[in-house]
Design a protein around this ligand. Structure first.
Ligand SMILES: [Zn+2]
Length: 431
């Protein structure tokens, strides 16, 4: 693998979200498309209907992160397809992750197995990443695929069933012309990306160390250069139940304490430094006339710099350890918590900028106009880049409304992005 660090990388500040350098892909660093690549591109032009048929089929399978049967059905489809392309396919065991919870609620996470597929080869080692799960649970009202002209609608059409099909068809194109021979390509398809890759993180990090470049098939109208880090925290406040009329003073309200803690936690948001905190879910109480014995919350954290993530977790811990709601701490209010910085901030490196610039140059050769942006959202690419694998994100199709029942994707972008990936993989794998 030969790296070509770019001059502009010297200008980058390492720890803050920096504007995209204007020099990025100002000049085309890539040679023109050769006859093989034109063939790849033409073959993919003929595949739009097949790609849409596959997206329709897999969008109609609910694969919410906690729907193990649905995620497994997705894993079976992709395992079969990849075996047909000559990959050896195995599964990596999921995990059972216990979470603190109030009685009657269950936030434990039972993660389905992940798929690892690989082809042996002698060139540059590529790790392709995608997730089989979506954010839509099996009882979501948003379950089916619908097409209108060049747009498609449905759970995961963009994030990222569309991306998985882009990845698969890029590989199918390469295979069609024998270009997968002797190429060292690994795919890791995980089942828990939408809940923070809590089980698959270790596998992603292990694989990152065994490869030269990482490609992630999240959706994106632009290629994403830099991302904020993500964290999450769950906490459960336990108090003392009592009759709200007959013995109010004997109770210790977990809901009251939770409310005070939430105010403290929400105060941590600081748009100037880029740190944001969101209490996304709360739950608690037993009855209108019972002082609540238990209440719980789930918090989302975003941060541009690694240290800010660590500082925020320390602040959470202080808030969890304090009692705000009663003048005298009787020891009857306790808090149990779980915190996790599940996505490091994605900081560009000269190697990841090289990969980005190469991809932008190829997109121009293909007559495409793809931009570059930054994002407050994290992906598995943040995990692999953090352990040293230069990783390019957002190679899936373009779309919008992800994580909502307005999710949509642009059909023509699927073939475009598959062409981009096919040529990119073709060129990277022989460096
Ligand atoms: Zn996604």
């Amino acid at each position: 693998m030969q790296l070509k660090p770019l001059a502009f990388s010297l200008l980058l500040s390492v720890f803050s979200l920096t504007p995209v350098p204007e020099t990025l892909a100002a000049e085309n660093i890539e040679p023109a498309l050769n006859a093989d690549e034109i063939e790849l591109s033409q073959w993919l032009d003929s595949q739009e209907d097949n790609m849409v048929e596959m997206i329709e089929r897999i969008t109609n399978i609910n694969s919410g992160s906690l729907n193990k049967a649905g995620v497994n059905a997705m894993a079976d489809i992709f395992s079969r397809e990849l075996r047909q392309l000559g990959f050896s396919v195995s599964t990596l065991p999921g995990d059972f992750i216990e979470m603190p919870s109030c009685p009657g609620s269950n936030y434990n996470i039972d993660v389905a197995d992940h798929v690892l597929a690989s082809r042996a080869g002698s060139g540059t080692r590529l790790l392709l990443m995608g997730h089989l799960d979506t954010v839509f649970p099996s009882d979501s009202p948003f379950q089916t695929f619908r097409r209108e002209g060049d747009m498609m609608y449905g759970p995961g059409v963009s994030d990222m069933k569309g991306g998985l099909v882009v990845m698969l068809y890029a590989l199918k194109a390469l295979n069609e012309f024998g270009f997968l021979q002797d190429k060292a390509i690994t795919l890791l398809l995980n089942s828990d990306e939408e809940i923070g890759s809590l089980s698959s993180r270790k596998y992603l990090e292990q694989q990152a160390l065994l490869h030269d470049y990482g490609l992630v098939y999240e959706p994106g109208s632009s290629l994403i250069r830099q991302r904020k880090g993500l964290g999450q925290a769950r906490f459960v406040v336990r108090g003392k139940a009592s009759h709200a009329g007959a013995a109010h003073e004997q109770g210790r309200s977990a809901i009251k304490e939770l409310a005070y803690k939430i105010v403290e936690i929400e105060r941590m948001t600081d748009y100037e430094s880029g740190v944001t905190v969101n209490v996304g879910i709360i739950n608690g109480g037993e009855a209108r006339n019972t002082i609540s014995p238990c209440a719980e919350a789930l918090i989302d954290l975003r941060y541009p710099e690694p240290q800010q993530g660590l500082d925020a977790i320390a602040q959470f811990e202080d808030i969890f350890a304090s009692v705000y709601s009663y003048a005298v701490d009787s020891g009857e209010l306790t808090t149990e918590s779980w915190t996790n910085l599940h996505r490091p901030a994605k900081i560009p490196t000269p190697e990841s900028d090289y990969l980005l610039e190469k991809t932008l140059s190829i997109s121009k050769l293909l007559g495409q106009s793809i931009g570059v942006g930054d994002s407050g959202g994290g992906t598995d690419g943040s995990l692999t880049q953090a352990v040293g694998l230069p990783t390019l994100d957002s190679l899936g199709g373009s779309g919008s409304g992800t994580h909502s029942n307005r999710e949509q994707g642009q059909i023509s972008s699927l073939v475009e992005r598959a062409k981009l990936s096919a040529v990119l993989i073709h060129r990277l794998a022989v460096e």
